[in-house]
Design a protein around this ligand. Structure first.
Ligand code: SF4
Length: 443
Protein backbone atom coordinates (compact mmCIF):
# COMPACT_ATOMS: atom_id res chain seq x y z
CA UNK A 1 0.00 0.00 0.00
CA UNK A 2 1.46 3.33 -1.11
CA UNK A 3 0.19 5.94 1.36
CA UNK A 4 1.73 9.06 -0.12
CA UNK A 5 -0.51 11.44 -2.09
CA UNK A 6 1.42 11.48 -5.39
CA UNK A 7 2.98 14.73 -6.64
CA UNK A 8 4.01 13.39 -10.02
CA UNK A 9 2.36 10.92 -12.40
CA UNK A 10 2.88 9.03 -15.65
CA UNK A 11 0.04 7.81 -17.90
CA UNK A 12 0.91 4.94 -20.28
CA UNK A 13 -1.80 4.15 -22.87
CA UNK A 14 -2.08 0.95 -24.90
CA UNK A 15 -4.32 0.08 -27.87
CA UNK A 16 -6.66 2.30 -29.89
CA UNK A 17 -6.90 6.05 -30.44
CA UNK A 18 -9.78 6.22 -27.96
CA UNK A 19 -7.41 5.02 -25.25
CA UNK A 20 -4.93 7.68 -26.36
CA UNK A 21 -7.73 10.26 -26.03
CA UNK A 22 -8.70 8.93 -22.56
CA UNK A 23 -5.02 9.01 -21.56
CA UNK A 24 -4.83 12.69 -22.56
CA UNK A 25 -8.00 13.46 -20.55
CA UNK A 26 -6.64 11.63 -17.47
CA UNK A 27 -3.43 13.66 -17.81
CA UNK A 28 -5.41 16.92 -17.90
CA UNK A 29 -7.45 15.72 -14.89
CA UNK A 30 -4.40 14.96 -12.73
CA UNK A 31 -2.68 18.20 -13.79
CA UNK A 32 -5.82 20.09 -12.78
CA UNK A 33 -5.37 18.49 -9.33
CA UNK A 34 -1.91 20.08 -9.14
CA UNK A 35 0.10 16.97 -9.98
CA UNK A 36 2.99 17.12 -12.46
CA UNK A 37 3.27 14.82 -15.45
CA UNK A 38 6.55 12.87 -15.50
CA UNK A 39 7.93 11.58 -18.80
CA UNK A 40 9.94 9.03 -16.83
CA UNK A 41 7.76 6.14 -15.61
CA UNK A 42 10.57 5.19 -13.19
CA UNK A 43 10.39 8.57 -11.42
CA UNK A 44 6.62 9.02 -11.13
CA UNK A 45 4.79 8.75 -7.78
CA UNK A 46 1.68 7.48 -9.59
CA UNK A 47 1.65 5.29 -12.72
CA UNK A 48 -1.59 4.85 -14.67
CA UNK A 49 -1.62 1.88 -17.06
CA UNK A 50 -4.43 2.65 -19.53
CA UNK A 51 -5.06 -0.82 -20.91
CA UNK A 52 -6.39 -2.56 -24.03
CA UNK A 53 -8.34 -5.84 -23.92
CA UNK A 54 -8.58 -6.62 -27.63
CA UNK A 55 -6.08 -9.50 -27.69
CA UNK A 56 -4.88 -12.11 -25.19
CA UNK A 57 -1.31 -10.95 -25.40
CA UNK A 58 -2.39 -7.40 -24.50
CA UNK A 59 -3.81 -8.59 -21.15
CA UNK A 60 -0.81 -10.75 -20.20
CA UNK A 61 1.43 -7.83 -21.06
CA UNK A 62 -0.35 -5.66 -18.48
CA UNK A 63 0.52 -8.05 -15.65
CA UNK A 64 4.16 -8.13 -16.70
CA UNK A 65 4.17 -4.30 -16.96
CA UNK A 66 2.74 -4.09 -13.42
CA UNK A 67 5.51 -6.37 -12.13
CA UNK A 68 8.17 -4.17 -13.74
CA UNK A 69 6.96 -1.10 -11.78
CA UNK A 70 8.62 -2.41 -8.61
CA UNK A 71 11.94 -0.48 -8.25
CA UNK A 72 15.44 -1.75 -7.40
CA UNK A 73 15.25 -0.25 -3.90
CA UNK A 74 12.08 -2.26 -3.29
CA UNK A 75 9.88 0.85 -3.47
CA UNK A 76 7.14 1.30 -6.03
CA UNK A 77 4.77 4.00 -7.29
CA UNK A 78 1.06 4.08 -6.59
CA UNK A 79 -0.33 1.91 -9.41
CA UNK A 80 -3.62 2.49 -11.22
CA UNK A 81 -4.98 0.15 -13.90
CA UNK A 82 -7.45 1.92 -16.23
CA UNK A 83 -9.02 1.14 -19.62
CA UNK A 84 -10.69 -1.99 -20.97
CA UNK A 85 -8.78 -4.62 -18.94
CA UNK A 86 -9.77 -2.70 -15.77
CA UNK A 87 -13.40 -2.84 -16.92
CA UNK A 88 -13.28 -6.51 -17.90
CA UNK A 89 -11.28 -7.87 -14.97
CA UNK A 90 -12.17 -5.40 -12.16
CA UNK A 91 -11.39 -6.85 -8.70
CA UNK A 92 -9.56 -9.81 -10.26
CA UNK A 93 -6.62 -7.44 -10.96
CA UNK A 94 -5.63 -6.68 -7.32
CA UNK A 95 -6.24 -10.35 -6.50
CA UNK A 96 -3.79 -11.39 -9.25
CA UNK A 97 -1.46 -8.41 -8.65
CA UNK A 98 -1.80 -7.17 -5.05
CA UNK A 99 0.53 -4.20 -5.69
CA UNK A 100 -2.22 -2.55 -7.76
CA UNK A 101 -3.81 0.30 -5.72
CA UNK A 102 -6.50 1.55 -8.11
CA UNK A 103 -8.73 -0.07 -10.76
CA UNK A 104 -10.84 2.33 -12.83
CA UNK A 105 -12.93 1.66 -15.94
CA UNK A 106 -13.15 3.81 -19.13
CA UNK A 107 -16.51 5.30 -18.10
CA UNK A 108 -15.43 6.23 -14.55
CA UNK A 109 -12.00 7.83 -14.89
CA UNK A 110 -13.40 11.29 -14.12
CA UNK A 111 -13.36 10.00 -10.52
CA UNK A 112 -9.61 9.25 -10.61
CA UNK A 113 -8.68 12.05 -8.15
CA UNK A 114 -11.07 10.60 -5.52
CA UNK A 115 -9.64 7.11 -6.12
CA UNK A 116 -6.09 8.43 -5.69
CA UNK A 117 -7.12 10.01 -2.36
CA UNK A 118 -8.75 6.72 -1.29
CA UNK A 119 -5.64 4.70 -2.20
CA UNK A 120 -3.56 7.30 -0.34
CA UNK A 121 -5.62 6.53 2.78
CA UNK A 122 -5.04 2.80 2.18
CA UNK A 123 -8.67 2.17 1.23
CA UNK A 124 -9.67 -0.12 -1.69
CA UNK A 125 -10.07 2.02 -4.82
CA UNK A 126 -12.07 0.15 -7.46
CA UNK A 127 -14.58 1.82 -9.83
CA UNK A 128 -15.83 0.07 -12.96
CA UNK A 129 -19.17 1.81 -12.91
CA UNK A 130 -20.94 2.83 -16.12
CA UNK A 131 -22.46 5.92 -14.53
CA UNK A 132 -25.49 7.78 -15.89
CA UNK A 133 -23.67 11.09 -15.75
CA UNK A 134 -21.27 11.37 -18.67
CA UNK A 135 -17.64 11.62 -17.63
CA UNK A 136 -17.13 14.32 -20.26
CA UNK A 137 -19.06 16.89 -18.21
CA UNK A 138 -16.82 16.22 -15.22
CA UNK A 139 -13.49 16.62 -16.99
CA UNK A 140 -11.42 19.82 -16.88
CA UNK A 141 -10.83 22.07 -19.90
CA UNK A 142 -8.64 20.76 -22.71
CA UNK A 143 -4.91 21.53 -22.74
CA UNK A 144 -2.58 21.82 -25.75
CA UNK A 145 -2.62 18.64 -27.84
CA UNK A 146 -0.48 19.73 -30.80
CA UNK A 147 -1.54 20.41 -34.42
CA UNK A 148 -3.47 17.14 -34.70
CA UNK A 149 -5.94 16.30 -31.92
CA UNK A 150 -8.33 13.47 -31.13
CA UNK A 151 -11.92 14.18 -30.06
CA UNK A 152 -14.15 11.36 -28.86
CA UNK A 153 -17.74 11.88 -30.05
CA UNK A 154 -19.20 8.41 -29.55
CA UNK A 155 -18.50 5.53 -27.19
CA UNK A 156 -19.59 1.95 -26.76
CA UNK A 157 -20.99 -0.47 -29.29
CA UNK A 158 -24.31 -2.28 -29.92
CA UNK A 159 -23.01 -4.50 -32.74
CA UNK A 160 -21.82 -7.48 -30.68
CA UNK A 161 -19.46 -8.98 -33.21
CA UNK A 162 -18.93 -12.48 -31.87
CA UNK A 163 -15.15 -12.07 -31.38
CA UNK A 164 -15.18 -8.64 -29.71
CA UNK A 165 -15.12 -7.54 -26.05
CA UNK A 166 -15.83 -3.85 -26.67
CA UNK A 167 -19.61 -4.00 -26.06
CA UNK A 168 -18.80 -5.55 -22.67
CA UNK A 169 -15.92 -3.23 -21.73
CA UNK A 170 -17.17 0.05 -23.18
CA UNK A 171 -20.93 -0.49 -22.85
CA UNK A 172 -23.81 0.52 -25.12
CA UNK A 173 -23.45 3.11 -27.91
CA UNK A 174 -23.62 6.66 -26.56
CA UNK A 175 -23.33 9.80 -28.70
CA UNK A 176 -21.98 12.96 -27.09
CA UNK A 177 -24.04 16.12 -27.44
CA UNK A 178 -23.72 18.42 -30.46
CA UNK A 179 -22.73 21.59 -28.54
CA UNK A 180 -20.33 19.72 -26.21
CA UNK A 181 -18.48 18.39 -29.28
CA UNK A 182 -18.36 21.78 -31.01
CA UNK A 183 -17.23 23.49 -27.79
CA UNK A 184 -14.40 20.99 -27.37
CA UNK A 185 -13.44 21.39 -31.04
CA UNK A 186 -13.27 25.20 -30.64
CA UNK A 187 -11.15 24.77 -27.51
CA UNK A 188 -8.74 22.46 -29.37
CA UNK A 189 -8.51 24.93 -32.29
CA UNK A 190 -7.80 27.79 -29.85
CA UNK A 191 -5.02 25.58 -28.46
CA UNK A 192 -3.45 25.23 -31.91
CA UNK A 193 -5.13 22.18 -33.45
CA UNK A 194 -5.35 22.40 -37.26
CA UNK A 195 -6.66 18.84 -37.62
CA UNK A 196 -9.28 17.03 -35.54
CA UNK A 197 -9.91 13.27 -35.71
CA UNK A 198 -13.38 12.34 -34.47
CA UNK A 199 -13.26 9.08 -32.52
CA UNK A 200 -15.74 6.36 -31.67
CA UNK A 201 -15.91 2.59 -31.57
CA UNK A 202 -18.62 3.13 -34.18
CA UNK A 203 -18.00 6.77 -34.91
CA UNK A 204 -20.31 6.88 -37.96
CA UNK A 205 -23.19 5.74 -35.74
CA UNK A 206 -23.00 9.14 -34.02
CA UNK A 207 -26.32 10.98 -33.97
CA UNK A 208 -27.61 14.00 -32.11
CA UNK A 209 -29.74 17.16 -32.15
CA UNK A 210 -28.17 20.35 -33.48
CA UNK A 211 -28.77 23.81 -32.00
CA UNK A 212 -32.03 24.06 -34.02
CA UNK A 213 -33.30 20.74 -32.70
CA UNK A 214 -32.76 18.95 -36.00
CA UNK A 215 -31.55 15.33 -35.82
CA UNK A 216 -28.10 15.11 -37.38
CA UNK A 217 -25.77 12.26 -38.35
CA UNK A 218 -21.98 12.39 -38.50
CA UNK A 219 -22.15 14.10 -41.89
CA UNK A 220 -24.04 17.01 -40.30
CA UNK A 221 -21.39 17.23 -37.59
CA UNK A 222 -18.62 17.24 -40.23
CA UNK A 223 -20.38 20.12 -42.03
CA UNK A 224 -20.60 22.11 -38.78
CA UNK A 225 -16.89 21.50 -38.04
CA UNK A 226 -16.09 22.51 -41.62
CA UNK A 227 -17.41 26.01 -40.75
CA UNK A 228 -15.02 26.48 -37.80
CA UNK A 229 -12.27 29.02 -38.55
CA UNK A 230 -8.77 27.80 -37.93
CA UNK A 231 -9.62 24.12 -38.50
CA UNK A 232 -8.10 22.80 -41.74
CA UNK A 233 -8.63 19.04 -41.61
CA UNK A 234 -11.34 16.68 -40.32
CA UNK A 235 -10.90 12.90 -40.00
CA UNK A 236 -12.95 10.19 -38.30
CA UNK A 237 -12.43 6.58 -37.10
CA UNK A 238 -13.48 3.83 -36.61
CA UNK A 239 -16.53 3.25 -38.83
CA UNK A 240 -18.83 0.29 -39.39
CA UNK A 241 -20.07 -0.48 -42.93
CA UNK A 242 -23.68 -0.69 -41.71
CA UNK A 243 -23.55 2.95 -40.54
CA UNK A 244 -22.10 4.43 -43.76
CA UNK A 245 -25.04 6.66 -44.73
CA UNK A 246 -25.67 8.33 -48.09
CA UNK A 247 -25.18 11.64 -46.29
CA UNK A 248 -21.72 10.68 -45.06
CA UNK A 249 -20.70 9.46 -48.51
CA UNK A 250 -21.97 12.74 -50.03
CA UNK A 251 -20.02 14.66 -47.39
CA UNK A 252 -16.81 13.19 -48.83
CA UNK A 253 -17.64 14.95 -52.10
CA UNK A 254 -18.87 18.25 -50.61
CA UNK A 255 -17.12 18.97 -47.28
CA UNK A 256 -13.83 20.64 -48.14
CA UNK A 257 -12.00 19.95 -44.86
CA UNK A 258 -13.09 16.28 -44.71
CA UNK A 259 -9.93 14.39 -45.61
CA UNK A 260 -9.93 11.82 -48.48
CA UNK A 261 -9.32 8.89 -46.11
CA UNK A 262 -11.78 6.24 -44.92
CA UNK A 263 -10.94 3.55 -42.37
CA UNK A 264 -13.64 0.92 -42.93
CA UNK A 265 -12.97 -2.49 -41.33
CA UNK A 266 -14.40 -5.58 -43.08
CA UNK A 267 -12.55 -8.33 -41.17
CA UNK A 268 -13.21 -11.15 -43.71
CA UNK A 269 -13.92 -11.52 -47.44
CA UNK A 270 -16.36 -14.40 -46.99
CA UNK A 271 -20.10 -14.07 -46.31
CA UNK A 272 -20.37 -17.23 -44.17
CA UNK A 273 -17.53 -15.99 -41.94
CA UNK A 274 -19.03 -12.47 -41.77
CA UNK A 275 -22.31 -14.06 -40.64
CA UNK A 276 -20.50 -16.12 -37.96
CA UNK A 277 -18.80 -12.88 -36.86
CA UNK A 278 -22.23 -11.17 -36.68
CA UNK A 279 -20.93 -8.30 -38.86
CA UNK A 280 -24.51 -7.57 -40.09
CA UNK A 281 -23.50 -6.97 -43.71
CA UNK A 282 -22.44 -9.04 -46.76
CA UNK A 283 -19.42 -8.59 -49.01
CA UNK A 284 -21.44 -7.02 -51.81
CA UNK A 285 -22.73 -4.37 -49.36
CA UNK A 286 -19.15 -3.49 -48.43
CA UNK A 287 -17.97 -3.33 -52.06
CA UNK A 288 -20.98 -1.21 -52.95
CA UNK A 289 -20.05 1.31 -50.23
CA UNK A 290 -16.44 1.42 -51.50
CA UNK A 291 -17.67 2.05 -55.05
CA UNK A 292 -20.00 4.85 -53.93
CA UNK A 293 -17.35 6.50 -51.74
CA UNK A 294 -14.87 6.38 -54.62
CA UNK A 295 -17.46 7.87 -56.96
CA UNK A 296 -17.96 10.70 -54.47
CA UNK A 297 -14.21 11.24 -53.88
CA UNK A 298 -12.10 9.48 -56.54
CA UNK A 299 -8.75 10.08 -54.77
CA UNK A 300 -9.95 8.69 -51.44
CA UNK A 301 -7.59 6.33 -49.57
CA UNK A 302 -9.30 3.21 -48.18
CA UNK A 303 -8.00 1.55 -45.02
CA UNK A 304 -9.26 -1.70 -43.54
CA UNK A 305 -9.06 -4.21 -40.68
CA UNK A 306 -8.82 -8.00 -41.12
CA UNK A 307 -8.92 -11.04 -38.86
CA UNK A 308 -7.45 -14.33 -40.09
CA UNK A 309 -8.19 -17.69 -38.51
CA UNK A 310 -11.70 -16.96 -37.22
CA UNK A 311 -13.11 -20.28 -35.91
CA UNK A 312 -14.13 -22.52 -38.80
CA UNK A 313 -12.40 -20.39 -41.49
CA UNK A 314 -11.66 -22.75 -44.40
CA UNK A 315 -8.83 -22.28 -46.93
CA UNK A 316 -11.32 -21.19 -49.61
CA UNK A 317 -12.85 -18.65 -47.22
CA UNK A 318 -9.41 -17.20 -46.49
CA UNK A 319 -8.83 -17.00 -50.26
CA UNK A 320 -12.00 -14.84 -50.35
CA UNK A 321 -10.31 -12.44 -47.95
CA UNK A 322 -7.33 -12.15 -50.29
CA UNK A 323 -9.76 -11.58 -53.18
CA UNK A 324 -11.48 -8.64 -51.45
CA UNK A 325 -8.12 -7.07 -50.64
CA UNK A 326 -7.23 -7.31 -54.34
CA UNK A 327 -10.65 -5.92 -55.31
CA UNK A 328 -10.51 -2.90 -52.97
CA UNK A 329 -6.76 -2.18 -53.30
CA UNK A 330 -6.11 -0.67 -49.87
CA UNK A 331 -3.86 2.31 -49.11
CA UNK A 332 -3.18 0.58 -45.80
CA UNK A 333 -4.80 -2.08 -43.63
CA UNK A 334 -4.38 -3.68 -40.20
CA UNK A 335 -4.47 -7.46 -39.94
CA UNK A 336 -4.50 -9.74 -36.93
CA UNK A 337 -4.73 -13.40 -35.98
CA UNK A 338 -8.01 -14.31 -34.31
CA UNK A 339 -7.58 -14.17 -30.51
CA UNK A 340 -10.27 -15.86 -28.38
CA UNK A 341 -11.58 -13.35 -25.82
CA UNK A 342 -13.16 -14.67 -22.61
CA UNK A 343 -16.91 -14.12 -22.57
CA UNK A 344 -17.31 -13.68 -26.33
CA UNK A 345 -19.44 -16.18 -28.32
CA UNK A 346 -16.61 -16.96 -30.78
CA UNK A 347 -14.35 -18.14 -27.95
CA UNK A 348 -16.69 -21.13 -27.46
CA UNK A 349 -17.03 -21.93 -31.16
CA UNK A 350 -15.78 -25.25 -32.53
CA UNK A 351 -13.09 -25.58 -35.20
CA UNK A 352 -10.60 -23.17 -33.64
CA UNK A 353 -7.93 -22.70 -36.36
CA UNK A 354 -4.42 -24.05 -35.50
CA UNK A 355 -1.83 -21.34 -34.70
CA UNK A 356 0.59 -22.32 -37.49
CA UNK A 357 -2.19 -22.07 -40.09
CA UNK A 358 -3.10 -18.64 -38.70
CA UNK A 359 0.55 -17.57 -39.00
CA UNK A 360 0.74 -18.74 -42.61
CA UNK A 361 -2.49 -16.94 -43.54
CA UNK A 362 -1.43 -13.74 -41.76
CA UNK A 363 1.90 -13.74 -43.63
CA UNK A 364 0.19 -14.12 -47.02
CA UNK A 365 -2.36 -11.39 -46.19
CA UNK A 366 0.25 -8.95 -44.88
CA UNK A 367 2.48 -9.52 -47.94
CA UNK A 368 -0.42 -8.48 -50.19
CA UNK A 369 -1.41 -5.51 -47.99
CA UNK A 370 2.20 -4.26 -47.76
CA UNK A 371 2.54 -4.49 -51.55
CA UNK A 372 -0.62 -2.41 -52.01
CA UNK A 373 0.54 0.15 -49.43
CA UNK A 374 3.91 0.54 -51.18
CA UNK A 375 2.20 0.99 -54.57
CA UNK A 376 -0.17 3.58 -53.05
CA UNK A 377 2.81 5.52 -51.67
CA UNK A 378 4.79 5.23 -54.93
CA UNK A 379 1.84 6.66 -56.89
CA UNK A 380 2.34 10.08 -55.27
CA UNK A 381 6.07 10.41 -56.10
CA UNK A 382 6.70 13.48 -58.27
CA UNK A 383 3.44 15.13 -57.19
CA UNK A 384 2.86 18.08 -54.82
CA UNK A 385 0.56 17.91 -51.81
CA UNK A 386 -0.19 19.71 -48.55
CA UNK A 387 1.49 18.35 -45.41
CA UNK A 388 0.53 19.21 -41.83
CA UNK A 389 3.78 19.28 -39.86
CA UNK A 390 3.25 17.35 -36.62
CA UNK A 391 6.63 16.65 -34.96
CA UNK A 392 10.40 16.79 -35.06
CA UNK A 393 12.25 14.24 -37.18
CA UNK A 394 15.40 12.36 -36.18
CA UNK A 395 17.75 14.65 -38.15
CA UNK A 396 18.37 18.33 -37.30
CA UNK A 397 16.04 20.58 -39.32
CA UNK A 398 13.85 17.58 -40.22
CA UNK A 399 10.12 17.62 -39.50
CA UNK A 400 7.49 14.90 -39.99
CA UNK A 401 3.94 15.49 -41.10
CA UNK A 402 0.92 13.88 -42.77
CA UNK A 403 -0.55 14.12 -46.25
CA UNK A 404 -4.36 14.30 -46.70
CA UNK A 405 -4.17 10.49 -47.24
CA UNK A 406 -2.57 10.00 -43.77
CA UNK A 407 0.85 9.16 -45.21
CA UNK A 408 3.86 10.14 -43.10
CA UNK A 409 6.26 12.55 -44.85
CA UNK A 410 9.66 13.61 -43.57
CA UNK A 411 11.36 16.70 -44.97
CA UNK A 412 14.04 19.27 -44.21
CA UNK A 413 12.32 22.60 -43.67
CA UNK A 414 12.54 25.93 -41.90
CA UNK A 415 8.80 25.75 -41.22
CA UNK A 416 7.60 24.78 -37.73
CA UNK A 417 5.34 22.13 -36.17
CA UNK A 418 1.74 23.15 -36.83
CA UNK A 419 2.45 24.70 -40.24
CA UNK A 420 0.65 23.38 -43.32
CA UNK A 421 3.23 23.35 -46.14
CA UNK A 422 3.20 22.49 -49.84
CA UNK A 423 5.55 19.55 -50.45
CA UNK A 424 6.88 17.83 -53.55
CA UNK A 425 7.13 14.07 -52.89
CA UNK A 426 10.57 12.82 -53.90
CA UNK A 427 10.50 9.14 -52.91
CA UNK A 428 8.31 6.52 -51.25
CA UNK A 429 8.88 3.62 -48.90
CA UNK A 430 6.36 1.11 -47.50
CA UNK A 431 5.54 3.26 -44.45
CA UNK A 432 6.60 6.80 -45.26
CA UNK A 433 7.51 9.35 -47.93
CA UNK A 434 10.40 11.78 -48.36
CA UNK A 435 9.67 15.23 -49.65
CA UNK A 436 10.98 18.74 -50.25
CA UNK A 437 9.12 21.91 -49.38
CA UNK A 438 7.80 23.58 -52.50
CA UNK A 439 8.66 27.28 -52.45
CA UNK A 440 6.03 29.12 -54.56
CA UNK A 441 8.30 32.09 -55.35
CA UNK A 442 11.12 29.67 -56.45
CA UNK A 443 8.73 28.19 -59.11
S1 SF4 B 1 -18.36 -3.12 -34.34
FE1 SF4 B 1 -17.81 -5.16 -33.70
S2 SF4 B 1 -15.57 -5.12 -33.71
FE2 SF4 B 1 -16.24 -3.01 -33.68
S3 SF4 B 1 -16.28 -2.42 -31.53
FE3 SF4 B 1 -18.34 -3.14 -32.10
S4 SF4 B 1 -18.41 -5.29 -31.54
FE4 SF4 B 1 -16.26 -4.66 -31.63
Amino acid sequence: MNSQIPKTFHVKSFGCQMNVYDGARMTELLEAEGMKASADVGAADLVVLNTCHIRERAVDKIYSDIGRLRRDDGSRPMIAVAGCVAQAEGGEIPRRAPIVDIVVGPQAYHRLPELVAKAGRGEPALDTDMPIESKFGELPARRRQGPSAFLTIQEGCDKFCTYCVVPYTRGAEVSRGWSAILDEARALIDLGAKEITLLGQNVNAWTGEDEAGRIQGMDGLARALDRLNGLERIRYMTSHPSDMTDGLIRAHAEVEKLMPFLHLPVQSGNDRVLKAMNRSHAIHDYLDIIDRVRAARPDIAISGDFIVGFPGEKDSEFEDTLKIVEAVNYAQAYSFKYSPRPGTPAADMDEQVPAELMDERLQRLQALINQQQLEFNQAIVGRRTSVLLERQGKKPGQLIGKTPWLQSVHLETTAVVGDMVEVEILSAGPNSLAGAEFMKDAA
